[in-house]
Design a protein around this ligand. Structure first.
Ligand code: SF4
Ligand code: SF4
Length: 96
């Protein structure tokens, strides 16, 4: 079991979840440090299509990330809303 990140992260991508994850299992197509630089510069266009994903093989299911997300994009796998169930596989596929 793991937590997953769904569609609402896209374009928000504020990296709050990364800060609290004890096992560093949250990553995206753009390095987190680069996202933070764009955030600090107010350059929202740079990560407009970017989202982060959770590595299901490393996530320890602690739940620390879930309440940190300002757009409620993080779900425990079994509680993922039906409309975003495809994101369970998308999170796993990102780390293949
Ligand atoms: S549930 Fe815990 S281990 Fe898994 S991604 Fe969130 S903070 Fe990291
Ligand atoms: S806290 Fe939410 S919006 Fe921010 S990067 Fe994590 S999943 Fe995406």
């Amino acid at each position: 079991m793991a937590f997953i990140i769904a569609e609402p992260c896209i374009g928000t991508c504020d990296t709050s979840c990364v800060e609290v994850c004890p096992v560093d299992c949250i990553h995206g197509t753009m390095p987190v440090d680069e996202i933070k630089e764009h955030q600090a510069a107010g350059n929202k266009e740079a990560f407009a299509s970017i989202q982060l994903f959770i590595d299901p093989d490393i996530c320890i299911d602690c739940g620390a990330c879930e309440p940190e997300c300002p757009v409620e994009a993080i779900f425990e796998e079994d509680d993922t809303p039906a409309e975003w169930e495809s994101y369970i596989q998308l999170n796993a596929d990102f780390f293949e």
